[in-house]
Design a protein around this ligand. Structure first.
Ligand code: FAD
Ligand code: SF4
Length: 472
């Protein structure tokens, strides 16, 4: 579109605002924070799109959604058509519309973003997906059955995307999931107030309508190994999408005390086991008066915000670098601050103290300053001598990262792993060192994002299809 035409259309410089629950109110409940666009707002936002001929936004979408096409349909109020267009490429649009870091993906490339705010692609995606979920989803077309069987291990975004693509191509797909419910981190990690579990389950249900079989409580490596799935259960190919669910700890004294959780346990108890409804639900959780969450990523923000909702008087993010280096999404940091989460920047915990019954009583910390950049390119924290101080807290949540789930890599012969225990897979095909076995998502890359895991699932599905149909 020419400059003159853009001027004629008077493009609004800002995204249409996303309505949200009031911070003071939402910090006390688990209901969704962002409330979603109205029909009027979505049409207005879709009409901000310039319909660029070169479609730069598309290069930022790992699952290759035809972004301008679905936006154009939404702009014309054809929401059913828009949803169909989205789902040609994205099996989990209502999930992506909520948690995908669009600012670093499609929206980063949006032409409007050069001078103004980019089109709210994720917000439009969320509206369209929700619109269809509320009215009943049209099952997508499948090609005739090929008679080939694929096992998918893990039902996170990587496994679900791989399963959907292979099912559409006519293969018989079975997902094996270790937990009692499918969805991976979408169910056990990301809190209800950011991603309602009913939304995830609706999208998982759509996969079942495509013919995908989901076996829950099925821990591969225990019930059967990858080799047994191929040799004894007749699977022609296997995709491993077991994620990065193994929490890292600080390795400081006192980390074994009562009242210290890994973020993984803290969030799983809350989200999946609904500890906030205890005793109506079986799983309890203890949150003290003052909670310290160690780390600065999305997982840390989710833990700190969850602690407030569970009744903590104070919830602190303790981060060894400064605000600038926080790896969490900007929006998540803002939401946490609005709700009352406090931040102790440039702070490094050195010891957790505890009483005679091993319950946490506080944390010894040292202040830091920023030194030279480390291998990650970020300036590294350097402790300041004599700046030690005591933090009065009674619960600690460690959210400093996760490694790959080790069971499948450990029980699969001939699978090449890297130094950190991640499966080595060709990024352009998902192929591992073992013929017929593919892998993708966090188990390959380390903890990353939903959309990168989905992109890896899609890449592997294409290669598995080629492998099964002899087109290699
Ligand atoms: P996962 O989602 O981890 O799924 C792996 C599945 O495999 C799990 O269900 C697991 O139970 C199952 N499994 C493991 N071992 C076995 C076995 N032996 N047999 C059978 N099943 C097995 N990303 C974003 O883009 N935006 C966000 O806002 C965001 N927030 C996050 C918040 C939290 C708290 C966390 C923990 C992560 C967040 N992420 C976010 C990251 C994102 O969720 C992950 O990158 C993504 O889920 C990885 O997908 P995956 O399919 O590789 O693995
Ligand atoms: Fe629309 Fe932005 Fe994509 Fe251009 S880059 S087509 S303005 S969403």
């Amino acid at each position: 579109m020419s400059e003159a035409n853009k001027e004629k259309r008077k493009i609004k410089p800002w995204k249409n605002p996303m309505p949200a629950q009031d911070p003071a109110q939402r910090a006390k409940n688990f209901n969704e924070v962002a409330l979603g666009y109205s029909e009027g707002a979505v049409v207005a936002e879709a009409n901000r799109c310039l319909m660029c001929i070169n479609e730069p936004c598309r290069q930022g979408c790992p699952v290759e959604v035809d972004i301008p096409a679905f936006i154009k349909l939404a702009a014309g109020r054809d929401f059913a058509g828009s949803a169909s267009k989205l789902k040609e490429k994205n099996a989990l649009p209502a999930v992506c519309g909520r948690v995908c870091p669009q600012e670093n993906q499609c929206e980063k490339y949006c032409t409007l973003g050069r001078k103004h705010q980019p089109v709210g692609i994720g917000r439009i995606e969320r509206f369209v997906a929700d619109w269809e979920l509320a009215r009943g989803v049209r099952v997508q077309d499948r090609t005739p059955a090929t008679g080939r069987k694929v096992a998918i291990i893990g039902s996170g975004p990587a496994g679900l995307t791989c399963a959907a693509d292979l099912a559409k191509l006519g293969h018989k797909v079975t997902i094996f999931e270790a937990l009692h419910v499918a969805g991976g981190v979408l169910m056990y990690g990301i809190p209800e107030f950011r991603l309602p579990k009913a939304v995830v389950q609706s999208e998982v249900g759509n996969l079942e309508k495509l013919g995908v079989e989901i076996k829950v409580n099925a821990v591969v490596g225990k019930i059967a190994t990858v080799d047994e799935l191929i040799q004894e259960e007749g699977f022609d190919a296997v995709f491993i999408g077991t994620g990065a669910g193994l929490p890292y700890f600080m390795q400081i004294p006192g980390e074994n005390a009562c009242g210290v959780y890994s973020a993984n346990e803290f969030l799983t108890r809350t989200n999946l086991m609904k500890a906030y409804r205890f005793p109506a639900c079986d799983t309890p959780i203890r949150v003290g008066r003052k909670v310290a969450v160690l780390g600065g990523g999305n997982v840390a923000m989710d833990s700190a915000r969850t602690a407030l909702r569970l009744g903590a008087e104070e919830s602190w993010i303790v981060y060894r670098r400064s605000r600038v280096e926080l790896p969490a999404r900007h929006e998540e940091v803002e939401h946490a601050e609005e709700e009352g989460v406090k931040f102790a920047f440039l702070t490094y915990p050195t010891r957790i103290t505890y009483d005679d019954n091993y319950w946490v009583t506080g944390m010894e910390c040292i202040r830091c300053e920023l030194g030279e950049p480390d291998s990650s390119g970020r300036r590294s924290p350097v402790p300041i001598k004599g700046s030690e101080y005591f933090m009065d807290i009674d619960t600690v949540v460690v959210a400093i990262g996760q490694g790959p789930n080790p069971l499948v890599p450990r029980t699969t012969q001939g699978l090449e792993l890297n130094r950190k225990g991640n499966i080595v897979a060709d990024p352009s095909t998902g192929a591992t060192s073992k013929p017929g076995v593919y892998a993708g998502g966090d188990v390959v890359t380390g903890a990353a994002t939903v959309i990168l895991a989905m992109g890896a699932g899609r890449t592997a599905a294409k290669s598995i299809h080629a492998y099964l149909t002899g087109k290699y």
